[in-house]
Design a protein around this ligand. Structure first.
Ligand SMILES: NC(=O)c1ccc[n+]([C@@H]2O[C@H](COP(=O)([O-])OP(=O)(O)OC[C@H]3O[C@@H](n4cnc5c(N)ncnc54)[C@H](O)[C@@H]3O)[C@@H](O)[C@H]2O)c1
Length: 435
């Protein structure tokens, strides 16, 4: 007896979409079907269809962004996958898809400000549709391991957390080249990137944030750094830049087939997407140093630091509990989104978990590892989304709208705190929106 396949449509056919399209056409082709794709870029939709053909699949109908409703009416997806960038575009598709009767899987961040966030929460409550936010980090073995140790109560009640995330001068710099560099698009790295990190803390602690304060600055990706490093003759983008051979941040879009096909070849389209803008531009309005203080509902205090010009990529976190301390350090392989390498792969040698029970010696815990993007999280996440019988979920890794909301609202509150110099209450941002 042949089973009915679940029908998926995808909106936003850039770098990240490949992971979902690939899974639908390969590992999950027996239970899932990609029925349509949508974008503002005809070139990137054509490219997606060429890749589908190359992998043995049949091209799917393409729809311009303005024809999203028509796509849903004609192709009748059960689920819409939202992988658009800028992140600020997510909410319109999430809400419209639910209004048209579809469940939604969305890339992080769920959205970029509190107004869009409330709209998503209200629309989900009104329509009763499911919304999954794809927090892949939760699924990677060491991060799941941390959750298990905390849930076991070994370190007792957690009173404070110190968390520093370092983006390096390759991966970190890439956020200053394109749409992410404007707060209106990405909500800044406090939302775009830190949504992953705040979600991990919310999930690890099984708690929700209450109050947020933040200091931040933009001190490295600036015209002054370019001047200081002898790049005063730079252009607004890398292509044809006179300083290219002297600039350590030069990105050659023609050197990678993926970059060329996805971005360079599509530059003459109306959206005017330029992938290699200068990282020292005065048009950047996000921060590259951020220091956030969060108080959680049960009283735990989080000190979080994010900076984006580190010589290496990784993070350090310590949980201080009433029965001991848990430390976790990790280094990730560096990459530039879309360059063909595996994103966020853990360097096993430099990843550690140490348990220090009170009045006792440190114990090194053997770290579990996994293959694939984001520390082995991506393949497990894909199984959770697409497999007909997804693995059991005792750690509650599947994230929904509540998790999507709390993780972005910390970043949104941090942005408001920078603007006003005052602490911001999360409940004030949520208003009357149902979680
Ligand atoms: N979870 C992760 O680890 C991870 C990694 C990378 C990206 N992401 C997320 O995935 C999303 C996409 O990122 P990306 O790197 O693929 O970006 P990208 O710029 O490569 O691709 C974005 C695509 O969206 C399209 N688009 C832009 N505005 C649109 C609109 N209004 N309607 C329809 N399509 C539109 C663009 O034309 C482009 O094809 C972002 O939200 C990003 O945060 C998540």
């Amino acid at each position: 007896m042949s089973k009915t396949k679940k029908r998926y449509a995808e909106v936003g056919m850039g770098g990240r979409s490949k992971m979902y399209t690939g899974a639908l056409l390969d590992d999950y082709k027996d239970c899932c079907e990609l029925v349509a794709i949508c974008d503002i870029s005809p070139g990137r939709m054509d490219l997606a269809n060429r890749r589908i053909k190359e992998s043995g699949g049949a091209p799917v109908p393409t729809y311009n962004a303005g024809d999203f409703d028509t796509m849903v009416a004609e192709s009748k997806p059960d689920v819409v996958i939202v992988t658009t960038g800028p992140d600020a575009t997510h909410s319109d598709y999430i809400c419209r898809a639910m209004e048209l009767g579809c469940d939604v899987v969305t890339e992080k961040p769920m959205t970029t400000d509190e107004i869009r966030c409330r709209k998503i929460l209200k629309t989900a409550a009104k329509t009763g549709k499911k919304l999954q936010v794809t927090f892949n980090y939760r699924y990677s073995p060491p991060r799941s391991q941390i959750k298990e140790i905390i849930d076991s109560g070994t370190i007792g009640e957690i009173l404070s957390v110190d968390f520093a995330w370092l983006l390096d001068t390759r991966h970190g710099a890439d956020y200053f080249r394109r749409w992410h560099r404007r707060r209106e698009n990405s909500g800044s790295l406090l939302v775009h990137k830190a949504t992953h990190h705040f979600d991990l803390v919310n999930w690890w602690l099984s708690d929700a944030p209450e109050e947020v304060f933040c200091h931040a600055s933009l001190g490295y990706y600036t015209p002054a750094t370019a001047e200081r490093t002898g790049l005063s003759d730079r252009a607004e983008r890398c292509k044809d830049c006179p300083a290219a051979d002297r600039c350590k941040f030069y990105l050659d879009l023609s050197a990678s087939e993926n970059f060329r096909e996805m971005y360079l070849d599509c530059e003459n389209e109306p959206d005017g997407y330029i992938r290699d803008k200068c990282v020292f531009s005065d048009r950047i309005d996000i921060w590259d140093n951020m220091s956030v203080s969060v108080r959680y509902q049960r009283g735990t205090l989080l000190n979080y630091i994010l900076h984006s010009y580190s010589p290496y990529e990784g993070y350090h976190i310590a949980f201080n509990g009433t029965k001991g301390r848990l430390e976790h350090h990790a280094c990730e392989n560096t990459y530039v989104s879309g360059d063909g390498s595996v994103p966020g792969e853990l360097k096993k040698r430099n990843t550690s978990i140490t348990l220090i029970p009170e009045f006792s010696q440190p114990q090194a815990i053997e770290v579990r590892t996994g293959e694939g993007g984001h520390g082995g999280g991506d393949p497990v996440l894909l199984a959770d989304i697409f497999a007909p019988d997804p693995p059991a979920d005792p750690l509650k890794r599947k994230a929904g709208r509540r998790d999507g909301a709390y993780s972005i609202l910390i970043g949104v509150a941090a942005g408001k705190s920078i603007d006003t110099g005052k602490a911001v209450i999360i409940a004030d941002l949520l208003g009357d929106a149902p979680l």
